[in-house]
Design a binder for this molecule. Structure first.
Ligand SMILES: [Zn+2]
Length: 86
């Protein structure tokens, strides 16, 4: 399974630990604010954007669906683009 898969036209992913459905939200880490997935039980499950200096910038990018990053998972290269949702 890749970190974010499209299910029923809505961008969700399943927690790798407990299989709960996760939705994109603004998250905070030591590196800054970012858009990604986090399970309430299992912790962070993936980052879908680059880092932002403020929560507002990250929220704004998520609202406009104007974010993305390249990521590597299990040795394969994936490109996520937030504005290609839905
Ligand atoms: Zn979980």
């Amino acid at each position: 399974m890749i970190p974010a898969e499209t299910t029923g036209g809505k961008r969700v992913t399943l927690c790798l630990g407990c299989r709960a459905p996760l939705y994109l939200r603004v998250l905070e880490s030591a590196g800054g604010y970012y858009i990604g997935y986090r399970c309430a039980r299992c912790g962070p499950q993936g980052r879908e954007s680059d880092y932002y200096n403020t929560r507002l910038e990250a929220q704004d990018a998520m609202d406009k669906r104007d974010f993305g990053r390249e990521t590597q998972f299990n040795g394969r290269h994936y490109k996520h683009l937030g504005n290609s949702w839905e």
